[in-house]
Design a protein around this ligand. Structure first.
Ligand code: SF4
Ligand code: F3S
Length: 110
C-alpha cells in the first residue's frame, strides 16, 4: 500500500506535503504532484499538511478518485523529484474550491 495524491492537488500544488516527507517520494508534474508508491513508507505525515486534503491512504481513497492509484504509479516513473516546498501555483486559492478538475490532468512533467 502507499499514499496517493488525488484530484484536489490539481492546479494548486501547495507543496506543504513535500517538506514533511521523510523519504522524498514526491514527484512533480506540470500542475500536480504524485507519490512514488515504491518509496512511500506509509507514515501518513503528509496528509494533515495538505490545504486541499488531496492525500489519502489507498484504503481511504474515495471511489471517484480510484484511478489516481495508477496515475500516481505511472507518473512517478517519469516525473522529477521535488524535495523542497515552493510557491503554490498561480490561482491555487481559487482552484482549491473547484470540485471537478480531471479535465486539467495531464502527463506533462514540471
Ligand atoms: Fe512521504 Fe509518509 Fe506521505 Fe508516504 S505517507 S508520501 S512517506 S510523508
Ligand atoms: Fe498538492 Fe496538497 Fe501537496 S495541494 S502539492 S498534495 S500539499
Amino acid at each position: 500500500m502507499a499514499y496517493i495524491v488525488a484530484e484536489p492537488c490539481i492546479k494548486c500544488k501547495y507543496t506543504d506535503c513535500v517538506d514533511v516527507c521523510p523519504v522524498d517520494c514526491f514527484r512533480e508534474g506540470e500542475n500536480t504532484l504524485v507519490i512514488n508508491p515504491d518509496e512511500c513508507i506509509d507514515c501518513g505525515a503528509c496528509v494533515p499538511e495538505c490545504p486541499t486534503e488531496a492525500i489519502f491512504s489507498e484504503d481511504d481513497l474515495p471511489e471517484k478518485w480510484a484511478d489516481y492509484v495508477d496515475y500516481n504509479a505511472k507518473m512517478a516513473e517519469i516525473w522529477p523529484e521535488i524535495t523542497e516546498k515552493k510557491d503554490a501555483m498561480d490561482g491555487a486559492d481559487e482552484f482549491k474550491e473547484v470540485e471537478d478538475k480531471k479535465q486539467y490532468r495531464n502527463e506533462n512533467p514540471a
